[in-house]
Each structure stands twice: as structure tokens, then as C-alpha cells.
Design a protein around this ligand. Structure first.
Ligand SMILES: O=C(O)c1ccc[n+]([C@@H]2O[C@H](COP(=O)([O-])O)[C@@H](O)[C@H]2O)c1
Ligand SMILES: Cc1cc2nc[nH]c2cc1C
Length: 336
């Protein structure tokens, strides 16, 4: 499906008119949850997860059978400032690795029964160094949002989006600072592993970028400080909302993309849960701003949708229990 927007203003309008969950399905799921053979609340957050999922899928007894993982890749002009521990060519090299099945996300997608797609976004045309110019024109940003929108399979029943882009923790930190304020050092971390000197440069670069491009509307911030893969993740999350496909959010960069949506339209992430808390220092701060409690906290800082893919297992467990368990009446078990 070609994207139903041609400008950032049209994308913003679209975000303001997205569907909500099916309240009747939620009510059915809550009632079913109350009858399952367990003490009330004994499955903890799994119970909330299953009810949340049921609402978005429109049935009180849902199944999760067709998860889709999408990895978007983009290149960043700001890498010229020395903000990453790895060279920019790793982005295209890792895309080849994803396509050959050799990356962590390939193994995790397979382990959790998910289809995996990889979209490399104009890797030979990096964004501009945002300390010198806007990273993207509005047209480039709209094209990346549209690529994300088109990448979602409407038949999927769960979406996990992730990214690959050397330099993109700098871009994500700048977006977060522009959206939420604070000091550059509040939002920068070691990314792929920069040393103290690299971290100081990165923090200076983020401060320069935000001083140059903020304040601005959130979608303008995405264009000026973001990257193609960041915008594509935002476009895919928005498409999922339009199709009532629940989303699991990945790490720091994916959450920066999500934050742009949340700051553009309140409630824009109601169809999303946080898969994990990354070891990238500012991810916890970003999750707090999004009001999302991570499902996992395993010290991952890989990206590629890896933390969110692991959380597919948690969500599958929640739904298997909710939809598969017997009720007290069915099992002949005395309730309390
Ligand atoms: O997802 C995260 O929280 C995360 C944290 C640190 C690094 N990354 C990954 O590392 C790359 C960005 O790191 P850097 O140092 O080049 O900005 C990019 O490919 C991300 O997928 C990802
Ligand atoms: C090797 C490598 C793999 C990655 N996957 C996501 N970001 C990455 C960054 C590097 C450097």
C-alpha cells in the first residue's frame, strides 16, 4: 500500500485520527482472565499483556501466529565527527550479514517464529551532518516514513521494528534532547563502545545539533536530527497502529523514533509495549518519558530489534496462557 501522506503535515494529521483498541474485546479478555485456573493476578504482567493484545486484535481469545520483525538500515553524515567506535561502512556490511542470516537478529527471529525483513535505505546517500545542516530534507524524511509504512505486512499480528546505523545513537540522543530538554550529557552514552574522549565529542556534537535545529515540531526534529532508519521505524509503527497490529519497542534508537510519534499525537503509542531496557544509559530516561515499563532488562545494547524480538517470547507466553488455559468451571477446580 502506498503511504496515505505526502508531507509531514499530512502524516501528523493521519496520526491524530488513528483507531483505538476494541473495548468489547478488552472486556471479554478481562472476563476470561478472571475465570482462568490460577489465583487472581498470579500471572502478573502476563495478564495485562494478554488483555492489551486482545483489545488491539479485536478478540477476547486471541492468537499470536504471524509476528513480523523489520530491520531498517541508514547511514549518518554525523559519523564524520567521530561519534562511533566503528566505521560507517559497518552499516552496509551488516546489511549483507542480515541478508545472509548471520546476525543476532536472524537467530532471534527464527527462535521466536518471526518473519524477518531487512530494508536498506539509500545507504550510498548518508544523511547530512546535522551540526552543519538539517540531516534530511522534508521530502527525504517523508520518503523514509513512507518506506517504513509500506514495509509492514497488514497480515502480521505483531510488529517488532529495529535498526542498523553506525552513528545513530548520536542522532537518537539529539532527538531525545530536542523533544524533552535537559543537557546533552543526559542523553548520550557509549553506543557501540566509544571511549571517554569519543563520548565527550559525541556530547558536544549533540549539543551543537540541538542548538542549531531546536526548538521545532517533533516531526521537524525527526527530519533535522534523525536518520532514514529512524524515520522508517516511526512510519512502520504508525502503519501498525492503522492496522491495529500491536508493536514491541526495541532499544534507545527505536524508542527515539517512537518518542517522535508520542510527542506528535498523545496516545500514538498505546498499541506499543517496551520490549527491553537497553544498556545505553539514556534508554531508561527515554522509557520513563514514554511511560513504558520494559519487559526485559538483560544488558543488551545491540539494536537490530534484538531486545524486542526476545520479548516476543514473553508475549507469546502471555497469550498462550490466556487463550489456552482452562477456566475453573471447565477444569472442575474450586475457585476462591
Ligand atoms: O538499541 C540500542 O539501545 C543500541 C544501543 C547501542 C548501540 N546500538 C546499535 O549500535 C549502532 C549505533 O551505535 P553508534 O555508537 O554507532 O552510535 C546501531 O547500529 C545500533 O543498532 C543500539
Ligand atoms: C558489528 C555491529 C553489529 C551491529 N548491529 C547493530 N548495530 C551494530 C553495530 C556493530 C558495530
Amino acid at each position: 500500500m502506498s503511504a496515505p501522506f505526502a508531507t509531514l503535515a499530512e502524516f501528523e494529521t493521519l496520526l491524530g485520527s488513528m483507531p483505538g483498541p476494541d473495548q468489547a474485546a478488552r472486556t471479554d479478555a478481562e472476563a476470561r482472565n478472571g475465570q482462568l485456573t490460577k489465583p487472581p493476578g498470579a500471572l502478573g504482567r502476563l495478564e495485562d499483556l494478554a488483555i492489551w493484545y486482545a483489545g488491539w486484535r479485536g478478540t477476547g481469545r486471541p492468537r499470536l501466529e504471524a509476528p513480523q520483525v523489520i530491520v531498517f538500515a541508514g547511514n549518518h553524515g554525523v559519523t564524520a565527527r567521530g561519534v562511533s567506535a566503528f566505521p560507517a561502512e559497518v552499516t552496509v556490511q551488516m546489511v549483507a550479514n542480515f541478508r545472509a542470516g548471520g546476525a543476532a537478529i536472524n537467530q532471534l527471529a527464527r527462535a521466536f517464529g518471526a518473519r524477518m525483513d531487512v530494508h536498506a535505505l539509500e545507504l550510498d546517500r548518508p544523511t547530512a551532518d546535522f551540526t552543519a545542516a538539517p540531516a534530511m530534507t522534508e521530502a527525504d524524511c517523508v520518503a523514509a516514513l513512507a518506506a517504513g509504512w509500506a514495509a509492514v505486512d497488514p497480515a502480521a499480528d505483531l510488529l517488532v521494528v529495529g535498526e542498523m546505523g553506525i552513528g545513530n545513537t548520536t542522532s537518537a540522543a539529539a532527538i531525545a534532547m530536542a523533544l524533552y530538554g535537559g543537557e546533552a550529557a543526559d542523553w548520550t552514552g557509549r553506543g557501540t563502545g566509544v571511549d571517554d574522549r569519543g563520548l565527550a565529542v559525541k556530547t558536544q556534537v549533540v549539543a551543537e545539533g540541538v542548538a542549531r535545529h531546536a526548538p521545532a515540531a517533533p516531526l521537524q526534529t525527526l527530519a533535522r536530527l534523525g536518520g532514514r532508519e529512524v524515520a522508517a521505524m516511526a512510519g512502520a509503527m504508525a502503519r501498525a497502529r492503522a492496522e491495529r497490529i500491536p508493536v514491541i519497542l526495541d532499544g534507545f534508537i527505536a524508542c527515539a523514533a517512537a518518542a517522535v510519534l508520542a510527542e506528535t499525537a498523545p496516545g500514538a503509542l498505546d498499541h506499543a509495549v517496551a520490549g527491553h531496557q537497553s544498556a545505553e544509559g539514556a534508554h531508561a530516561r527515554l522509557l520513563a518519558r514514554l511511560g513504558k515499563e520494559p519487559l526485559l532488562n538483560l544488558g543488551l545494547r545491540l539494536g537490530e530489534a534484538s531486545g524486542a524480538a526476545l520479548a516476543i517470547g514473553v508475549l507469546k507466553g502471555a497469550i498462550a496462557c490466556h487463550s489456552g488455559m482452562a477456566t475453573f468451571a471447565e477444569a472442575g477446580v474450586s475457585d476462591g
